[in-house]
Design a protein around this ligand. Structure first.
Ligand code: FAD
Length: 455
């Protein structure tokens, strides 16, 4: 046995790195086993690279279209190499920031692939490490679609965010958050984008009113949307790939499959330690993310319904607090906001109008178009909407949905209100600063009772 730790975390993504820091704060001798880089996929291959490039797409769009705002730029071009270098630099900066936090908290990073032993200790290569508690945080891997393999021309989301050249055309399969972000970035860079969704709504997890606003905006971004059309065939060639869906065939430079992901449990040796999974391969956990082996916790993309970095981080905090026996509270997945950074952004918490009706709630709706508030004119950000789904009887907010350029920064207010069990009535009486987009939230709350000021 090489060494022993109070807590060993396997996987250094937003779940694992946060779990490790919280464990160290609680006085636990902690190690993180990571086979790649600190920060995990989120920092190095997913959330952060995606948002970095999306930010450049936004800047390019503004620079090209700034004349109406009094900023006329000539010869605005995309420098693909510089874009890629900045993407890598942002990730590297954040990854070394995570490593610094680990060092500061005296957390050891064990480089290598970790797996569980029969005693639920941790093996890395030939070395075994004794653990009081193990936190599994190994995230998820991209799935292709049946009969199709990833290759040079058929890429996953990371492949799409790190293409060696700006493509003339790209098809994206799956119009969930990742697919919508990729389409919206490339479309604004001037690439011809085909976005293919097999369901009859883009952003299928979102309220349909939000999806409608985004779809309208996508039409102005070089994006052709195809809904209700599963992919029939994919034929990769040397320089392009043919994709057939419904009655249509396109021949594009690249195809990105942004369909689904599966928990990354292959190397973990779960069976040996008696850690059970469900029929979707996710690890079964209780409210505190403890697995069927009481010494082992699992967090992040390995568990639950949602695959989001901030969910992973909070689960990491709760798991190690629970293991340490300090007071904590379970993560309420219903209060984990979704955030999609396409243009316009979409953010939501709780349930959609359709889901509320299906669950039998007697509901009222509050709605405000962003164009109603002064800030929307100031920031040239009129195409958007705030929609609240509330329970008629007591005014509990069941769901809040925002589409607009600052939606992801606006949603925490609604998360807070819901978490603190405020109703729309309280929200309608909270003074919001002017001029901000948040005034649309205030008026959407007033709209539930029919007295929005700006509509
Ligand atoms: C393109 C894209 C964009 C996204 N954008 C967002 C976003 O904007 N906001 C958001 O909230 N979420 C976003 N997500 C989702 C988010 O990336 C995940 O929910 C998050 O990364 C999950 O964190 P995690 O800690 O569970 O695992 P990960 O971030 O996947 O990290 C797991 C780590 O474990 C390591 N590992 C795996 N197996 C082993 C092993 N056996 N031994 C040692 N190390 C191992 C891996 O190398 C990896 O570093 C996005 C996802 C994608 C694909």
């Amino acid at each position: 046995m090489a060494d022993s730790y109070d807590v060993i975390v396997i996987g250094g993504g937003p779940g694992g790195y946060v779990a490790a820091i919280r464990a160290a704060q609680l006085g636990k001798k902690t190690a993180v086993v990571e086979r790649d880089k600190p920060g995990g996929r989120c920092l190095n291959y997913a959330c952060i690279p995606a948002k970095t490039i999306l930010h450049s797409a936004e800047l390019y769009d503004h620079a090209k279209n700034g004349a109406a705002l009094g900023i006329a730029a000539k010869d605005v071009t995309v420098d693909w190499k510089a874009l890629g270098e900045r993407r890598a630099k942002v990730s590297d900066t954040l990854a070394s920031g995570v490593k610094m936090l680990w060092d500061k908290n005296k957390i050891e990073m064990i480089q290598g692939e970790g797996s569980l032993t029969e005693d639920a200790d941790v093996a890395v290569g030939d070395t075994r490490y004794e653990a009081g508690t193990v936190v599994l945080a190994t995230g998820s891997v991209a799935l292709a679609i049946p009969g199709v393999e990833f290759s040079e021309r058929v890429v996953d989301t990371w492949g799409a965010w790190s293409l060696p050249e700006q493509p003339r055309s790209i098809a994206v399969v799956g119009a969930g958050a990742s697919g919508a972000e990729i389409a919206s970035a490339y479309g604004r860079f001037g690439t011809e984008v085909t976005l293919i969704e097999m369901l009859d709504q883009i952003l299928p997890a979102e309220d349909k009113d939000m999806a409608r606003v985004v779809e309208r905006a996508f039409k102005k971004q070089n994006i052709t949307v195809s809904k209700g059309t599963p992919v029939e065939s994919v034929e990769p060639g040397e320089k392009s790939v043919k994709v057939r869906f419904g009655e249509t065939e396109v021949d594009v430079d690249y195809l990105c499959i942004a369909g689904g992901r599966a928990p990354d449990t292959e190397a973990l040796n779960l069976d040996a330690a008696g850690v059970k999974t469900n029929d979707r391969g996710k690890i079964e956990v209780d409210d505190y993310r403890r697995t069927s082996n009481p010494k082992v916790y699992a967090i992040g993309d390995l568990v639950g319904r949602k695959a989001l970095a901030h969910k992973a981080s909070e689960e990491g905090v709760v798991a190690v607090e629970h293991a340490a026996g300090v007071e904590t509270h379970p993560v309420d997945e219903n209060l984990v906001a979704g955030a999609t950074f396409c243009e316009p952004q979409v953010a939501s918490v709780g349930i959609t109008e359709a889901a509320a009706k299906e669950a039998g709630h007697d509901i009222k709706i509050g709605r405000l178009k962003l164009g109603g508030v002064g800030a929307a004119a100031v920031y040239d950000d009129r195409d958007g909407l705030v929609k609240l789904v509330v329970d008629s009887e007591y005014g509990e907010i069941l769901g809040a949905h925002i589409v607009g350029n600052r939606a992801c920064d606006m949603i925490p207010e609604l998360v807070n209100t819901m978490a603190l069990e405020g109703g729309y009535q309280e929200l309608a009486r909270i003074v919001h600063p002017h001029p901000t987009m948040s005034e649309a939230v205030l008026d959407a709350a007033r709209d539930v009772d029919g007295w929005p000021i700006h509509a």
